[in-house]
Design a protein around this ligand. Structure first.
Ligand code: HPA
Length: 276
């Protein structure tokens, strides 16, 4: 068996032993400033990343660094409170380890969230955006190297990475709650520097509505492993060069804090209407 597969199984078995065998309906990844949602789970069981064999450890302020299993909107969920980023120095294969571990645990549905810079000038900081598609122009890919055949095939389709039926369900829930939910394309930049104004204009020309430093690797790994993905960006700031002001991480966290009740309400409604 592939070495990575051995490590994934050991990690999955450890987490499974901690959280119990009741099946998890949805895996969730909470982005910068959005991690508080994990504190709203019913009957939570937390497993710190440091305890899990072969798991990386997150280093960013605003990322708690633990898995929390529990119930949200009546569904059993497993939430990553804090994720791993390429800019922290991890290889992309490490960044996607938790998603692949979820798949090994039998989880087939994934909700990914992130904080992102807003490229679309018709929208505002604090808006939430459904991810309809993504752009990755950087050369790294989390699946470079030997294919893990137990997870999926070498070449796989990305044309419906964010399936329409899940997005339609999310739009319906947002409408019902009176929450403005944008929809658009997320473009990955590596960070940790924010983009330049010229890079933001380039992203807009490419068709991007938002820019960020995460999510794309995880979605690629999830699709490889046959998982169904829904992505939501919290547009925490106008991307560089749009407003005449510098960008900083504090603003990202503050906007996350400002919208967290709306974000939580939407994610809870989405969990409860999730079709699988
Ligand atoms: N750029 C990249 N990543 C981000 C941004 C941004 O403007 N805001 C929050 N995450």
């Amino acid at each position: 068996m592939n070495d990575v597969m051995v490590r994934l199984r050991e990690a999955a078995e450890y987490v499974q032993a901690k959280i119990g065998t009741e099946p998890v309906s949805i895996g969730m990844i909470l982005g910068s400033g959005l991690g508080d949602l994990a504190n709203e789970l019913e009957n939570p069981i937390a497993v710190p990343y440091v305890e899990i064999p072969h798991f990386p450890v997150s280093t960013v302020p605003g990322h708690a660094g633990r898995l929390v299993a529990g119930y949200l909107g009546g569904k059993r969920v497993l939430v990553m409170q804090g994720r791993f980023h390429f800019y922290e120095g991890y290889g992309m294969d490490t960044v996607v380890f938790p998603v692949q571990m979820m798949r090994v645990m039998g989880i087939l549905d994934l909700l990914v969230t992130n904080a992102a810079g807003c490229v679309n000038t018709a929208w505002l900081p604090g808006d939430l955006m459904l991810i309809s598609d993504h752009i990755k122009l950087i050369p790294e890919n989390p699946l470079r190297g030997a294919n893990i055949g137990e997870l999926g095939d070498r070449f796989f389709d990305m044309s419906t990475a964010y399936p329409e039926n899940l997005r339609a369900m999310a739009r319906k829930e947002a409408d019902r709650l009176g929450i403005v939910l944008r929809e658009g394309v997320y473009q990955l930049f590596t960070g940790p520097s924010f983009e330049t104004p010229a890079e933001v204009r380039f992203a807009r020309t490419c068709g991007a509505d938002a820019v960020g430093m995460s999510t794309v690797p995880e979605v690629i790994a999830a699709r490889h492993a046959g998982m169904r993905v829904l992505g939501i960006s919290c547009l925490t700031n106008m991307a560089a060069g749009i407003l005449d002001q510098p960008l900083n991480h504090i603003e990202v966290l503050e906007t996350g804090e400002r919208v967290k009740a709306t974000f939580s309400a939407l994610v809870k409604a989405i969990a409860s209407s999730w079709p699988h």
